[in-house]
Design a protein around this ligand. Structure first.
Ligand SMILES: [Fe+2]
Ligand SMILES: [Fe+2]
Length: 268
């Protein structure tokens, strides 16, 4: 049996779904359909400028967000898990957007295989974190959240090369730098269940950065441009400021994102 929707249309439906639980279900559903051959057509989509989101959390400007989330006490851990759940929900939408937005770019089927796998991972990451919040008696939506995360998507909506440079190869790569410290702090606080969730996320995120690296290089080859200087040019154009060390060189290396890409862009 073949689903009547194309992959791109299914990704748009997920983007247009506001309720996080329903959004996650929609993503896992189209991912399974693609992976089992129930959806075979990539098709074309018209993704919204901004994904649909629930009424809560309230979205605040980055400068109005509370500064630090400490793993030491329960309130701090809830705030941390909430902030991470929000990042993962954005990641779900970012993966759906990349699937639906660049269908005219003459990409092989493997491109869609890879980003469908990323979308499903992000959906699982959100579920793990929101379930963990519930165990603490909290829920996604209880606290305000950062409204700056979709900015990189909007700024790079016109160009896959820019999108890949900014989203997997700046933002997700940054996640690799900061997650081990969070895991360590959660272990110190003896919150091993939260630490395990972050370890799962960390392992998956290395593959997401690797996916980003692979497709960035693919697009560079297709356009006849050199990946390292092209990355520098794209990041300087779309990222405000310099990249922040310390970098997790080991994880970045495993993802194929070698130091010549990011070290020249670092804060001196
Ligand atoms: Fe994730
Ligand atoms: Fe990711």
């Amino acid at each position: 049996m073949t689903d009547s929707k194309s992959l791109a249309q299914a990704a748009v439906t997920a983007l247009e779904t506001a309720d996080p639980v329903a959004k996650v279900a929609a993503v896992l559903d189209f991912a399974a359909a693609w992976q089992t051959g129930r959806i075979t057509l990539v098709g074309a989509g018209n993704p919204p400028a901004r994904p649909a989101r629930p009424a809560r959390p309230e979205l605040l400007l980055p400068r109005h967000m509370p500064k630090r989330r400490r793993a030491k006490n329960v309130a701090g851990r809830i705030a941390l898990l909430h902030a991470l759940a929000h990042i993962e929900l954005n990641a779900v939408d970012l993966a759906c957007d990349i699937i639906a937005r660049f269908t005219d770019d003459d990409l092989p089927r493997e491109f869609f295989d890879d980003w469908v796998a990323v979308a499903a991972d992000e959906a699982r990451h959100f579920s793990l974190l929101s379930t963990r919040l519930e165990i603490f008696g909290a829920a996604y939506g209880d606290f305000p959240a950062h409204d700056g995360l979709w900015g990189a998507a909007t700024a790079t909506a016109h160009d896959l090369l820019a999108r890949l440079a900014m989203v997997p190869l700046v933002l997700e790569a940054r996640g690799l730098d900061v997650t081990p410290v969070m895991i360590k702090n959660l272990r110190t606080a003896e919150d091993h269940d939260s630490a395990e969730i972050l370890e799962t996320i960390y392992r998956d995120e290395i593959t997401h950065v690797a996916t980003g690296t692979r497709w960035f290089q693919f697009v560079c080859r297709a356009r006849g441009c050199d990946p390292v200087p092209t990355y520098h040019e794209q990041v300087r154009r779309y990222f405000r400021g310099a990249l922040k060390p310390p970098f997790n060189e080991d994880a970045r290396d495993r993802a194929g994102l070698t130091p010549e890409f990011y070290v020249p862009l670092a804060v001196k």
